[in-house]
Design a binder for this molecule. Structure first.
Ligand SMILES: [Zn+2]
Length: 217
Protein backbone atom coordinates (compact mmCIF):
# COMPACT_ATOMS: atom_id res chain seq x y z
CA UNK A 1 0.00 0.00 0.00
CA UNK A 2 1.24 3.47 -0.74
CA UNK A 3 0.23 6.79 0.66
CA UNK A 4 -0.46 9.80 -1.54
CA UNK A 5 2.60 11.97 -1.07
CA UNK A 6 1.59 15.11 -2.88
CA UNK A 7 -0.47 16.72 -0.15
CA UNK A 8 1.89 18.70 2.06
CA UNK A 9 -0.61 19.23 4.84
CA UNK A 10 -1.22 15.56 4.99
CA UNK A 11 2.50 14.88 5.09
CA UNK A 12 2.92 17.41 7.89
CA UNK A 13 0.32 15.55 9.87
CA UNK A 14 1.30 12.00 9.05
CA UNK A 15 5.04 12.26 9.47
CA UNK A 16 4.66 12.48 13.23
CA UNK A 17 2.35 9.55 13.61
CA UNK A 18 4.87 6.90 14.43
CA UNK A 19 6.19 8.90 17.33
CA UNK A 20 3.01 10.57 18.51
CA UNK A 21 0.37 8.03 17.53
CA UNK A 22 -2.74 8.27 19.64
CA UNK A 23 -3.61 5.11 21.51
CA UNK A 24 -6.52 4.51 19.15
CA UNK A 25 -4.09 3.70 16.34
CA UNK A 26 -2.72 0.76 18.22
CA UNK A 27 -4.50 -2.25 19.51
CA UNK A 28 -4.88 -1.52 23.19
CA UNK A 29 -2.65 -4.36 24.18
CA UNK A 30 -3.56 -4.49 27.84
CA UNK A 31 -7.15 -5.36 26.99
CA UNK A 32 -5.94 -8.52 25.30
CA UNK A 33 -3.37 -9.50 27.87
CA UNK A 34 -4.31 -12.74 29.53
CA UNK A 35 -5.61 -12.52 33.06
CA UNK A 36 -4.21 -15.98 33.75
CA UNK A 37 -0.43 -16.40 33.98
CA UNK A 38 1.07 -16.54 30.50
CA UNK A 39 3.73 -18.91 29.29
CA UNK A 40 6.51 -16.47 28.49
CA UNK A 41 9.15 -17.95 26.19
CA UNK A 42 12.85 -17.73 26.92
CA UNK A 43 14.75 -15.53 24.49
CA UNK A 44 18.40 -16.08 23.71
CA UNK A 45 19.89 -13.08 21.92
CA UNK A 46 23.28 -14.66 21.27
CA UNK A 47 22.37 -14.88 17.61
CA UNK A 48 22.85 -11.11 17.68
CA UNK A 49 25.46 -10.57 20.40
CA UNK A 50 27.87 -13.09 18.86
CA UNK A 51 27.94 -10.89 15.75
CA UNK A 52 27.42 -7.32 16.88
CA UNK A 53 27.17 -5.12 19.96
CA UNK A 54 23.71 -4.85 21.49
CA UNK A 55 22.91 -2.47 24.34
CA UNK A 56 20.56 -4.43 26.55
CA UNK A 57 17.35 -2.93 27.91
CA UNK A 58 18.64 -2.79 31.50
CA UNK A 59 21.61 -0.70 30.32
CA UNK A 60 19.39 2.24 29.37
CA UNK A 61 16.38 2.13 31.68
CA UNK A 62 15.42 1.13 35.21
CA UNK A 63 11.72 1.06 34.36
CA UNK A 64 10.51 -2.53 34.36
CA UNK A 65 8.03 -3.73 31.75
CA UNK A 66 4.53 -4.56 32.96
CA UNK A 67 3.92 -8.19 31.92
CA UNK A 68 0.21 -7.89 32.78
CA UNK A 69 -0.12 -5.59 29.76
CA UNK A 70 2.01 -7.66 27.41
CA UNK A 71 1.12 -10.69 25.35
CA UNK A 72 3.53 -13.58 25.26
CA UNK A 73 4.80 -14.30 21.75
CA UNK A 74 5.06 -17.58 19.93
CA UNK A 75 8.74 -17.49 19.04
CA UNK A 76 8.27 -19.95 16.20
CA UNK A 77 5.69 -17.74 14.56
CA UNK A 78 7.65 -14.57 13.84
CA UNK A 79 7.49 -14.24 10.08
CA UNK A 80 7.98 -10.54 9.23
CA UNK A 81 9.85 -7.42 10.22
CA UNK A 82 8.56 -3.84 10.11
CA UNK A 83 10.91 -0.84 10.05
CA UNK A 84 9.99 2.55 11.52
CA UNK A 85 11.39 5.96 12.30
CA UNK A 86 10.58 7.71 15.56
CA UNK A 87 9.54 10.82 13.62
CA UNK A 88 11.47 13.08 15.99
CA UNK A 89 14.45 14.83 14.40
CA UNK A 90 17.54 13.43 16.12
CA UNK A 91 20.78 15.38 16.06
CA UNK A 92 22.92 14.05 18.90
CA UNK A 93 24.68 10.72 18.74
CA UNK A 94 26.22 10.72 22.22
CA UNK A 95 25.00 7.90 24.43
CA UNK A 96 23.39 10.47 26.73
CA UNK A 97 21.39 12.06 23.91
CA UNK A 98 20.34 8.68 22.61
CA UNK A 99 19.27 7.41 26.04
CA UNK A 100 17.19 10.58 26.50
CA UNK A 101 15.46 9.78 23.24
CA UNK A 102 14.88 6.14 24.23
CA UNK A 103 13.43 7.30 27.56
CA UNK A 104 11.13 9.65 25.69
CA UNK A 105 9.78 6.87 23.47
CA UNK A 106 9.38 4.46 26.39
CA UNK A 107 7.55 7.01 28.53
CA UNK A 108 5.31 7.99 25.66
CA UNK A 109 4.35 4.36 25.12
CA UNK A 110 3.76 3.82 28.83
CA UNK A 111 1.44 6.86 28.84
CA UNK A 112 -0.49 5.08 26.07
CA UNK A 113 -0.79 2.22 28.56
CA UNK A 114 1.47 -0.12 26.61
CA UNK A 115 3.18 -2.72 28.78
CA UNK A 116 6.62 -1.64 27.51
CA UNK A 117 8.24 0.30 24.68
CA UNK A 118 6.51 -0.84 21.49
CA UNK A 119 9.56 -1.72 19.37
CA UNK A 120 11.83 -4.72 19.80
CA UNK A 121 15.00 -2.95 18.66
CA UNK A 122 16.12 0.66 18.22
CA UNK A 123 19.02 1.94 16.11
CA UNK A 124 20.66 5.32 16.64
CA UNK A 125 22.52 7.50 14.15
CA UNK A 126 25.85 6.26 15.50
CA UNK A 127 24.90 2.72 14.42
CA UNK A 128 24.37 1.40 17.96
CA UNK A 129 21.62 -1.14 18.49
CA UNK A 130 19.49 -0.99 21.61
CA UNK A 131 17.21 -3.71 22.89
CA UNK A 132 13.63 -2.53 23.41
CA UNK A 133 10.74 -4.83 24.25
CA UNK A 134 11.76 -8.45 24.72
CA UNK A 135 11.04 -10.70 21.74
CA UNK A 136 9.24 -12.87 24.31
CA UNK A 137 6.30 -10.50 23.77
CA UNK A 138 4.51 -9.37 20.65
CA UNK A 139 5.38 -5.76 19.83
CA UNK A 140 3.11 -2.70 19.66
CA UNK A 141 4.17 -0.84 16.53
CA UNK A 142 1.67 -1.47 13.71
CA UNK A 143 -2.04 -1.10 14.36
CA UNK A 144 -3.71 -4.50 14.28
CA UNK A 145 -0.64 -6.27 12.85
CA UNK A 146 1.70 -6.85 15.75
CA UNK A 147 1.49 -10.62 16.00
CA UNK A 148 4.41 -12.38 14.30
CA UNK A 149 5.86 -8.94 13.46
CA UNK A 150 9.27 -7.82 14.79
CA UNK A 151 9.47 -4.03 15.20
CA UNK A 152 12.69 -2.13 14.53
CA UNK A 153 12.87 1.67 14.75
CA UNK A 154 15.57 4.08 13.61
CA UNK A 155 15.83 7.16 15.82
CA UNK A 156 15.19 10.25 13.72
CA UNK A 157 12.79 11.73 11.20
CA UNK A 158 13.59 10.35 7.74
CA UNK A 159 11.14 12.56 5.97
CA UNK A 160 13.49 15.39 6.94
CA UNK A 161 16.85 13.77 7.70
CA UNK A 162 18.94 11.15 5.96
CA UNK A 163 19.92 7.99 7.78
CA UNK A 164 23.68 7.74 8.44
CA UNK A 165 25.89 5.09 6.91
CA UNK A 166 26.61 3.35 10.26
CA UNK A 167 22.90 3.35 11.01
CA UNK A 168 22.05 1.74 7.67
CA UNK A 169 24.81 -0.82 8.10
CA UNK A 170 23.53 -1.68 11.57
CA UNK A 171 19.98 -1.98 10.23
CA UNK A 172 21.11 -4.24 7.41
CA UNK A 173 23.13 -6.51 9.69
CA UNK A 174 20.44 -6.72 12.37
CA UNK A 175 17.73 -7.51 9.83
CA UNK A 176 19.93 -10.20 8.31
CA UNK A 177 20.58 -11.86 11.68
CA UNK A 178 16.90 -11.71 12.65
CA UNK A 179 15.83 -13.10 9.29
CA UNK A 180 18.26 -15.97 9.58
CA UNK A 181 17.18 -16.75 13.15
CA UNK A 182 13.44 -16.76 12.42
CA UNK A 183 13.63 -17.88 8.80
CA UNK A 184 11.89 -14.74 7.56
CA UNK A 185 11.36 -14.93 3.83
CA UNK A 186 12.23 -12.37 1.17
CA UNK A 187 9.32 -9.98 0.72
CA UNK A 188 8.50 -10.03 4.42
CA UNK A 189 10.42 -6.86 5.34
CA UNK A 190 8.06 -3.87 5.50
CA UNK A 191 8.11 -0.18 6.13
CA UNK A 192 5.30 0.95 8.40
CA UNK A 193 3.85 2.80 5.38
CA UNK A 194 3.20 -0.58 3.71
CA UNK A 195 0.90 -1.62 6.54
CA UNK A 196 -0.77 1.54 7.79
CA UNK A 197 -1.73 5.13 7.13
CA UNK A 198 1.54 6.88 7.88
CA UNK A 199 4.65 8.21 6.15
CA UNK A 200 6.84 6.23 8.55
CA UNK A 201 9.72 5.36 8.06
CA UNK A 202 10.07 8.43 5.83
CA UNK A 203 10.97 8.92 2.19
CA UNK A 204 14.73 9.00 2.88
CA UNK A 205 14.69 5.62 4.58
CA UNK A 206 11.93 3.68 2.86
CA UNK A 207 13.95 2.77 -0.29
CA UNK A 208 16.66 1.24 1.91
CA UNK A 209 14.00 -0.78 3.70
CA UNK A 210 12.64 -2.11 0.41
CA UNK A 211 16.16 -3.09 -0.62
CA UNK A 212 16.46 -5.33 2.45
CA UNK A 213 14.06 -7.73 0.77
CA UNK A 214 16.67 -8.39 -1.88
CA UNK A 215 19.35 -9.18 0.65
CA UNK A 216 20.59 -12.77 0.70
CA UNK A 217 20.37 -14.48 4.07
ZN1 LIG B 1 6.14 3.54 12.27
Amino acid sequence: MTVERSNLNRRGFLQWLCWAAPAALYPVEWVHAAAAPQVVPQVDLRFITRQMALRRRHEWTDIAPNPARLRAANMNAYDRITLHHTGEVMRGTTEGAVINCLDGVLNHHLRLRFGDIGYHFLIDAGGRIWEGRSLAYWGAHVSGQNERNIGIVLLGNYEQQRPTRPQLQAMQQLVQLVRRQYRIAAGQIYGHIDLGRTLCPGRNLYPQVQRLNQQAV
